[in-house]
Write a protein of this length. Structure first.
Length: 88
């Protein structure tokens, strides 16, 4: 059956950025597409990960001093988990 999407709330920490997938890796072009942020949903080594497009509409604010990215994800984005990898 279908899994329910996780429930997140405004202002809640959802995870930790653990990597970036460069647009060139996805499209073969430095000018086509957008980078993706790989975010672990938790701090455990086996935490599920999601990919968040690094675009202003979804990542409208970056607070470097606090090491925070504020996101406004479209409905369903946070429920799309990536397959597990053996290494990060």
């Amino acid at each position: 059956g279908a899994q329910a999407a996780p429930a997140f709330h405004v202002g809640e920490e959802i995870g930790v950025v653990v990597g970036v997938v460069p647009r060139e890796e996805l499209t073969g072009s430095p000018t086509l597409g957008n980078d993706l942020l790989e975010v672990a949903l938790g701090r455990e080594s086996d935490a599920d990960t999601i990919l968040i497009p690094y675009v202003e509409a979804i990542v409208p604010e970056i607070r470097l001093a606090q090491k925070l990215l504020l996101i406004d994800p479209p409905e369903g984005l946070l429920g799309i988990k990536q397959p597990k990898r053996t290494e990060r």
